[in-house]
Design a binder for this molecule. Sequence first.
Ligand SMILES: Nc1ncnc2c1ncn2[C@@H]1O[C@H](COP(=O)(O)OP(=O)(O)O)[C@@H](O)[C@H]1O
Ligand SMILES: [Mg+2]
Length: 156
Amino acid sequence: MTRGLWVTLEGGDGSGKTTQATLLEEWLRERGRSVVRTREPGGTDVGVLIRDIVLHHRGDIAPRAEALLYAADRAHHVATLVRPALERGEVVIQDRYLDSSVAYQGAGRVLDGGEVRDLSLWGTEGALPDVTVLLDLDPAAARRRLDAADKPFDRL
Ligand SMILES: Nc1ncnc2c1ncn2[C@@H]1O[C@H](COP(=O)(O)OP(=O)(O)O)[C@@H](O)[C@H]1O
Ligand SMILES: [Mg+2]
């Protein structure tokens, strides 16, 4: 995409995405860059509603319906927030993108990861970040960090 820089952070809960995003944001702001911090799901007003369904709905959501909800959040987020920021030349630092869907809706469940990825790419007209940082932390270590910080696991 044009002009700005789009960085996404991936990794399990407790792997350090928020911590690293904050450090990167500070580092860029000290150098005079405009930074937009955002996340999926839930980076927009519509996304907040979708986030509530996918993270807090009690009971099952059919796997294809869940994949579509994430893809819908992503489509709206890229169209209304990410692309405009990049076109203004800003840096977008984003917590989770389609790799999370491939992992959680694809590899982790019954759907095919390639189909999940294609669904997102359709929704976003093929938008891909300039840089993706994967924080590949052992889940047991992540769990210990979350326990130490009193942070619960969510539905993911
Ligand atoms: N490099 C690190 N070493 C030890 N603890 C860390 C490190 N990075 C983050 N943490 C702690 O681990 C917990 C989860 O970090 P966080 O950045 O919130 O992860 P995420 O956003 O991926 O869930 C927080 O309590 C944070 O202070
Ligand atoms: Mg976080």
